[in-house]
Design a protein around this ligand. Structure first.
Ligand SMILES: [Zn+2]
Length: 309
């Protein structure tokens, strides 16, 4: 019995060993394959990490190039700022060098003729200076004579609309043109001189007109009429009885700001303090050696609004 078992063992032993070996091999193979899979997954993971790292590096470099750009922008801005500073400084230096400014002063009187026009003309005559009168229309024969006196005494008679009614003049180009024709004809008829200078009621930058001022400016340009505003205000427009001292101060304090100063006065029946202030203003300007002159073709275009096309 024992011998039989021994024989069987001898006979099947190698098979069993072989079978066990095969089983072990299979197990090992499976294990290796699993490890391989894990390795693949790990590699993939590493790949992802590397990609992320690369994109992170890319982001960092793009941020740093943005920082560079920002830096150069800041540099450019500070250069601009330094230029502005230099500009301002030069401007100031320029202003302090302008001891000779203004080179010319223009006295301009709006809204006449009035009972004060004769008094103003007398004062101008007394000081031997020429003024510029931006006159409106009038039905009074007495006042119309002032147009003639202004021209005859060598002053400049200019147009300031016929009616001076903002809501009418600026209601349409047609209304503006009719009003212009009316004052032009009246001044020409009375003086025999064709007027060629205009001042818009309220100025060329008035906020009353709903129609762009360019359209009215074009009407003037088409007729060869020049318009002027002002750059210095006597301040007699708002307060009917502004004290003469205040008008003198207003008229003189800003004169040095401009190469050519054009002072705005008003010639109306109730502007008596303007008449009162005038001699002292003229005396002060003459004492500083600045000529008071009439507007002519050499006068700088002193305008608040200029047509762009
Ligand atoms: Zn006016």
């Amino acid at each position: 019995m024992r011998v039989r078992r021994l024989k069987q063992m001898l006979l099947f032993g190698p098979y069993v060993v072989f079978l066990i070996t095969v089983i072990i091999c299979v197990i090992l193979f499976v294990l290796i394959m699993r490890e391989n899979d894990r390795m693949d997954a790990l590699e993939e993971e590493i790949g992802h990490i590397t990609t992320n790292q690369n994109s992170l590096i890319e982001k960092v470099s793009s941020v740093s190039s943005s920082v560079d750009e920002l830096g150069s922008a800041v540099g450019a801005i500070s250069r601009e700022l330094s230029l502005i500073d230099i500009g301002t400084y030069e401007g100031k230096a320029d202003a302090s060098a302008r001891t000779a400014w203004p080179k010319k002063v223009y006295l301009t009187f709006d809204d006449g003729p009035s009972p004060n026009t004769g008094k103003i003309l007398d004062i101008l005559d007394e000081y031997g200076v020429k003024g510029n009168f931006f006159c409106v229309g009038t039905e009074s024969e007495e006042l119309r004579k002032m147009y003639k006196r202004i021209v005859d005494e060598g002053h400049v008679l200019c147009m300031h609309s016929y009616s001076h009614k903002y809501n009418e003049i600026y209601s349409s180009v047609d209304a503006f043109t009719k009003d212009l024709d009316r004052i032009y004809s009246l001044q020409y008829e009375v003086t025999g001189v064709k007027p060629s200078i205009y001042r818009f009621p309220g100025g060329s930058s008035n906020s009353v007109s709903r129609i762009p001022m360019e359209q009215f400016i074009k009407v003037l340009e088409d007729r060869g009429i020049t318009y002027y505003d002002w750059n210095v205000v006597a301040g007699d427009a708002t307060n009917p009885m502004l004290p003469a001292e205040q008008i003198i101060e207003n008229s003189l304090c800003d004169l040095n700001e401009y190469e050519e100063a054009m002072i705005l006065f008003h010639d109306l029946y109730n502007k008596t303090s303007t008449v009162e202030a005038l001699p002292e203003i003229i005396e002060a300007i003459q004492a500083s050696g600045i000529p008071i002159v009439p507007i002519d073709e050499t006068t700088m275009p002193i305008r608040h609004y200029t047509r762009t096309n």
